[in-house]
Design a protein around this ligand. Structure first.
Ligand code: SD4
Length: 292
């Protein structure tokens, strides 16, 4: 049994998602069930333009989703470029549990979804279509580096048995190139968990997170003695040191160790982490590298 009461944390102010995960943990559900249920809240939230159904399209007008999950045993699953179901975290779990592989992409992932009983869905909503048509009038051919428009959900949960699991789910950058995949479904970049140390998850400019394998880096820094907070700060500073354009994009990390210590840090102000423990679902304002 865990010595700390169950905890769930997630990126951004996804109160309902984190509450869903936290309550499941309190009711004795395993961490993996909790993070997938939490991620699913945003995958179904049509107002969230960066996750699941209602996500912004790519340059061709299609929504393509990416997600991954990881558990305390180091097992993981991921799907990328999925356009026929919004339940991509649950699908990533199926890849982990039902296949000998870690990642399925595109048509293969979509066929697997149907085989696993997921309903074929249309992911482009009328609002996303309208936004795409507006964007087409003056298409920006560099990735939209959205300081205020990041909504990818990354969750980490520590359950009553002291097991940790995580999920990360996104529709990626708005109007990305067809086939572009960011950090979110990449084990070690968007999410990483090690049963000896703890876990981390990321949101923000995926290319920069991938170049530094951000979540893996944070877990390794924790292994070497840094607190979750110090590790998140160092991982953000690593990016800042390597890219002098860091003012143009947002990066934010969350992390948790097995004692229940948590941390979060970002480049630009405005990022919040949700933290659920002992029936309290709190908004934690992250400290940022840039002050305004
Ligand atoms: C990506 N990290 O695809 C994601 C974007 C993101 O909220 O976090 N959006 O690069």
């Amino acid at each position: 049994m865990s010595v700390v009461p169950p905890i769930s944390i997630c990126t951004w102010q996804f109160e309902q998602a984190n509450l869903t995960a936290g309550r499941l943990l309190e009711n004795g559900y395993p961490a993996l069930d909790a993070v997938i249920a939490g991620a699913s809240v945003e995958e179904q939230n049509l107002k969230n333009t960066t996750v699941g159904k209602g996500g912004d399209t790519d340059r061709e007008g299609n929504v393509s989703l990416d997600a991954c999950v990881m558990n305390h045993d180091g097992d993981c699953g991921a799907v990328v470029c999925v356009s026929n179901t919004s339940h991509v975290s649950a699908l990533a779990r199926k890849v982990m549990e039902e296949t000998p592989h870690v990642m399925l992409a595109g048509a293969g992932a979509e066929e697997f979804a149907i085989k696993m009983g997921f309903t074929d869905e249309q992911l482009v909503t009328p609002i996303a279509k309208k936004a795409y048509q507006k964007w087409l009038k003056s298409p920006e051919y560099k990735p939209i580096i959205n300081i205020e428009n990041h909504d990818t959900i990354g969750l980490l949960a520590l359950d009553q048995n002291g097991h940790m699991a995580g999920a990360c789910s996104t529709s990626g950058l708005s109007y990305k190139m067809k086939g572009r995949v960011g950090d979110s479904p990449i084990i070690g970049s968007g999410l990483f968990i090690d049963s000896e140390v703890g876990g981390a998850a990321a949101t923000g400019m995926g290319e920069e997170i991938m170049k530094t394998t951000g979540s893996f880096l944070i877990v390794e820094l924790m292994r070497n003695g840094l607190s979750p907070q110090e590790a998140c700060e160092e991982a953000v500073k690593r990016i800042v040191r390597k890219n002098d354009k860091f003012r143009d994009f947002q990066i934010a990390y969350i992390a948790m160790d097995f004692k229940g210590n948590t941390g979060t840090y970002c480049i630009h102000p405005g990022f919040n982490m949700m933290h659920y423990q002992n029936t309290k679902n709190e908004i934690i304002k992250a400290n940022s590298f840039l002050k305004n």
